[in-house]
Ligand binder design. Sequence first.
Ligand code: ZN
Ligand code: ZN
Length: 363
Amino acid sequence: MPEIHAHRRAAAAALLHENGVDALLVTDLLNIRYLTGFTGSNAALLLHADGDAKTLFCTDGRYTTQSESEVPDLERVLDRASARALAVHAAEQGYGRTGFESQHVSVEEHEHLKVRFDRVELVRTPGLVEQLRVVKDEVEIAALRAACAAADRALAALIEAGGVRPGRTELEVARDLENRMLEHGSSGISFESIVAAGPNSAIPHHRPTGAELSRGDFVKFDFGATVDGYHSDMTRMVVIGEPADWQREIYDLVHRAQAAGAEAVRPGAVVSEVDAAARSVIAGAGYGEQFAHGLGHGVGLEVHEAPSLAAAGVGTLSAGMAVTVEPGVYLAGRGGVRIEDTLVVRDSGPELLTLSTKDLVAV
Ligand code: ZN
Ligand code: ZN
């Protein structure tokens, strides 16, 4: 879809003007993917503030064919040292101030670039493309929606097939869930899936082990699919057998906190206040200490990206941001509950992308 990439480059060019640079050397591969559609493992982009006619894309010979189809709309250079080749070009063309992604470039690479940029003034411009990426366009939201749908279908299929049962290990269940995501349209795994049973569910970022699921266990699933490079992120809980009173109680509490957090997701909301909307529900029930992480994060080409919905987070939400809302209560040695959705900030109220039921599922 070349038009959308041209549109994003135009938005980036406007940002270059605002930041007083003539060009930007883009070296982060996700930023390059965002601006060009290129999905290979080596590339650089010299984005000019005057637009595509002066913008140059570089990759190496392994990607000749792939880059022809993925980036048909930009002048292309083939060179293995892609960023350095573009620096030489900028110097030859007599570019003025040129920004680079200082948060992604090593000190060593910076030295190499400085030499090749020669008389060009190289300036640090961290986070320019990320600034654009934080607000998703409809093409991105469609990919996020598809990724979330693949995860929803995989979890439903796992439960329906009896895949969550005593005697299976966390690892077996995690692999089963991941295979089902691939069967249901995911092109990969968004991040290492969390399947945490019984007391392990009290560990927020537990890695699946050989521990067997047992009757009475809470089983926490935190997992995601990917579609066109976009990630989904969702956490759901299952109880094996009839839920005990304490399980119902903390599940209900986290469920209410999650709803309060989601309700606070709207354009203009201060991120720390969204966090507080959910946190106050949990703290009010006396479990504030047992909710020791932020409420959520942005999701896109990376599974964790800006904005951060946390007590210490800064800034406000805008329409088009995709964020998670994922409060939790973790009782060490017993079990924990987290419920996580991925939502898009909309003027008319948040659009829920993760549609799996949030009623407590007992199997
Ligand atoms: Zn998650
Ligand atoms: Zn998350």
